[in-house]
Design a protein around this ligand. Sequence first.
Ligand SMILES: [Mg+2]
Length: 224
Amino acid sequence: MSNFHKSILAESTCILLDIDGVILDQNFDNLFWGEWLPAAVASKKDISLETAKEDIYKTSKQLYGTLPWYELKFWEDKYDVDLISLAEQNKSYVKFIEGAEAALKFMSSLNKKIFFLTNCDSRLLKVKSSQVSLLNYADDWISSVDLGVIKEDQKFWTIAFNQLNVLASESIFFDDNISIVNSAIDYGIKYSVHITEPTNNDSVIYESKSEYQIRKLVDLIRAD
Ligand SMILES: [Mg+2]
């Protein structure tokens, strides 16, 4: 399987990568939204942790896959918490996914353009990249929150490809979110690869029906 993906990689002139769940351990975000934010809200509003979790979960469910869900500002305004300081306090949890840095080094050796395309708010990405040096592996990166249009939306791809000056038909793309993988395929990135294991602790493992899928980026450099 991985030889197949390696040959696709060799054919492509441009490598596009999501960040969270592909390069960085998704567990940071899972804890950030699922544990640390509820704890901060519970303390701020003097409510129980369980009540805070329920409220956040309800809001999150309503907004999942939309722009506000990804925007720090939305959550800061709604709950009156400082999310950057929350991220700073917990930044030791920001980690490469096992083998991701080696895979990025391999990709860098191929002499292709490398871009990171993320729905992570650039303010949060700044904290993450101060903890783990990942942006040096990319020629450039785009936060969809800065553009005001997320990767689930076809307009994102039009703007991104114009900005990056590369072709969808010559690109390979990696993302752990199947809705986004499908959005990329709809736009014309045929080689859109679903990453099925976005955490280091295996707390999330996706069943995938994608034509192109690997467990983790490191599969690309494993001998088989
Ligand atoms: Mg992701």
